[in-house]
Design a protein around this ligand. Sequence first.
Ligand SMILES: Cc1cc2nc3c(=O)[nH]c(=O)nc-3n(C[C@H](O)[C@H](O)[C@H](O)COP(=O)(O)OP(=O)(O)OC[C@H]3O[C@@H](n4cnc5c(N)ncnc54)[C@H](O)[C@@H]3O)c2cc1C
Length: 425
Amino acid sequence: MFDVIVLGGGAAGFYGAIHIAESNPNLSVAILERGKDVLGKVKVSGGGRCNVTHAEFDPKELTKNYPRGERELLGPFHNYCTGDTMAFFEKRGVQLNIEADGRMFPSTNSSQTIIDCFVGETERLGIKVLKNSSVIGITQLDKDDYSWEIKSIRNTYKAKKILVATGSNPKIWELLRQMGHTIVPPVPSLFTFNIKDERISGIQGVSTNANIKIIPTKVNNGKYNAALKKYAIHPSDLESEGPLLITHWGMSGPGILRLSAWGAQLLNDLNYNFSIKINWLPAYHEEGVLSQLYEIKEVEGKKTVLRTKAFEIPKRLWISLVKASGISDTDKWADISKNQIQKLAKQLTNSKFNVDGKSTFKEEFVTAGGVDLKEINFKTYESKILPNLFFAGEVINIDAITGGFNFQNAWTGAFIAAQAIAKRV
Ligand SMILES: Cc1cc2nc3c(=O)[nH]c(=O)nc-3n(C[C@H](O)[C@H](O)[C@H](O)COP(=O)(O)OP(=O)(O)OC[C@H]3O[C@@H](n4cnc5c(N)ncnc54)[C@H](O)[C@@H]3O)c2cc1C
């Protein structure tokens, strides 16, 4: 028997258990973890460095990084935000460094530092960490204080309150569904786009700022519009401006990853078959580029188009787009036709690419989907359907873009649930 059982020994589970025990040292707390090791994802996170959080201290701004959960997280972030996460680690001797792009890592650049901190805290606070304890049953009891019976592959336990922090585990979602919760079907988020196209073959490694827009293909317009409606996606959510990286298999980089997150459900419905429109010169419109190209034609007539880069874009990309406009290696500005100039302006500002499939980004991915947000009280993270059952982390239908935001969701939810649990047991 425990006062509180935490299901799942991952990021949210440890953070929650530590805060429960710290807020109320009289409580007996246990973590049930399926694996033989705890904190497996923390270990591999951020390429082994663990991108703990992001240096965005304004709750409203912070919420903008969550395609699912933006509205619901505003209150929780006002309660517990990135500054609180920093304070938690610093108080325990873990120094966090901020990188130029805002991502924060332990100064040791090793995720083991975070794991050691968490494991050390559970020992100090007397939290029982039970490994190899996959949870296979959750039953609500109606008698006495101990309102929950938790069955693992090894034992049966009773608890007054439970915190479900099992990440994106389908079996636990199924148990929750049987108990009355709605589970938004899980789909992958944070992936790169597979594209086979002459214009980007052989120029992998090119990186540039671009405006990218997801559009339907000729044949799936109907499905695209239906998905927009079904997931209440605003077309502006399917447009992003940011760094784009050309890879061996297609396109990656923050601009693409952002679209993969906002479009996660829609792109899944389209079976990852869609098109994108790219403006390689996001500061310009097609007409502006066109008039600038005509000017260059006048002034630089004797120069070769291929070798006179008219705009600030990577050279290899310029050459590729020039060739795609039907302009040869030797054509001079004076030689090219109005039609070729128009084609070049289009390639620069309105290039269309067909995407066929997705790939993982540095092994990092998150799952969109999980317990329906409407069924959680975000003041306490308690289930509105099952009293004394709390949630935190990826088990909820909340996910973010890359940058430390997914962990911040785990820390914030776990902290708030822990306060509510510790107060009420
Ligand atoms: C390779 C990779 C790198 C990442 N890097 C980053 C990063 O640097 N920064 C960032 O913010 N996000 C990152 N993420 C996302 C981040 O890891 C997750 O959002 C986060 O771990 C979610 O925390 P959680 O506690 O909800 O789930 P998890 O960390 O997945 O923990 C869930 C735990 O529950 C256990 N469990 C599941 N089912 C059961 C069961 N039936 N019984 C008992 N235990 C069970 C699991 O074994 C696991 O230990 C990364 C993801 C991946 C895959």
